[in-house]
Design a binder for this molecule. Structure first.
Ligand code: HEC
Length: 273
């Protein structure tokens, strides 16, 4: 039997763990100085999920794994097995395999300064909005090791791997006398913007501007990113789609039941009125 002290320790550990989970995403998303755009994603849009899966296996699986995702699970979003084998599998030949990669974490750390984390449940850690803005937030920075930096993730070790699609963004810095002016300008800028407090009480507003050299025009790149984030969000919790469709069926059933119940009630009360 577990003695009381042990029990208390376990309870304390579990509480800390639960709090960590509760606080984690809030802290990650709650960086007050960054104004993010909401991610235009819909996890019931199967075509968007398929496009996102394609981008994911083409551009992300070189460095990141998704070890809780099996290739044959992609059948859930309407891709059949031959399509998976022909178009989506590069690292393995077995559709029952999980999405692992050949790179060793130690090598990755040496190359990038930080190992690329597994992305299976990344969307639960960061949230869809953060991920969407992360992929809008890359810009050229000659001082960083990879030549890239990110407005949402300062000094990130990951290069902008979608740069051929997006082109290269440049950082635009404007200084303001106080935080209210800077916040106002951030709202007026409408997109992703970061307000940074500088020495001497000055406040800087950081935004990005594209060079227009990407193979996709900006609106199309945003769609590509939205599809990718949609897929990351789906992958982090595939069963949620089942829950949503089950919920809709239940509501439909209740709706039909209501019609009959109402009709029955009218029948019963007809003679009394
Ligand atoms: C060239 C290797 C490489 C490729 C390709 C790559 N990444 Fe990364 N990624 C990294 C590294 C390294 C990090 C860790 C950066 C750090 O912590 O500074 C990272 C970090 C991330 C993070 C932040 C993780 C976190 O929460 O701290 C996300 C999200 C991410 N990558 C998503 C993707 C997606 C989606 C793709 C495909 C479009 C992709 N990456 C392609 C190397 C790569």
């Amino acid at each position: 039997m577990m003695n009381l002290r042990k029990f208390k320790t376990v309870v304390a550990a579990l509480t800390a763990f639960a709090l960590g989970i509760a606080v984690g995403p809030a802290a990650a998303a709650g960086d007050e100085d960054v104004r993010m755009e909401p991610a235009p994603v819909s996890r019931l849009d199967v075509e968007s999920l398929q496009r996102g899966a394609r981008t994911f296996v083409n551009y992300c699986l070189n460095c990141h794994a998704a070890k809780y995702m099996r290739y044959n699970r992609l059948t859930d979003i309407g891709v059949d097995i031959p399509q998976i084998q022909d178009n989506l599998m590069f690292a393995t030949t077995k559709v029952g395999d999980t999405m692992t990669i050949a790179m060793r974490p130690a090598d990755a750390k040496a190359w990038f300064g930080a190992p690329p984390p597994d992305l299976s449940v990344e969307a639960r850690v960061r949230g869809a909005d953060w991920l969407y803005n992360y992929f809008l937030g890359f810009y050229r920075d000659d001082e960083s090791a990879t030549g890239w930096n990110n407005l949402v993730f300062h000094n990130v070790g990951m290069p902008q791997v979608l740069w051929e699609l997006s082109g290269s963004n440049r950082l635009v810095t404007k200084e303001f006398e106080n935080v209210h002016e800077a916040e106002g300008a951030a709202i007026a800028a409408k997109g992703l913007a970061k307000v940074e407090h500088r020495a001497g009480g000055k406040v800087a507003l950081l935004t990005l501007t594209g060079d227009g050299k990407g193979s996709q025009p900006e609106a199309e790149y945003r769609k590509t990113v939205a599809d990718l984030v949609n897929f990351l969000d789906y992958m982090a919790e595939p069963a949620k789609n089942k829950r949503i469709s089950l919920g809709l069926i239940v509501l439909l059933y209740l709706g039909v039941l209501f019609v009959f119940a109402y009709w029955l009630k009218r029948e019963y009360w007809k003679d009394i009125h």
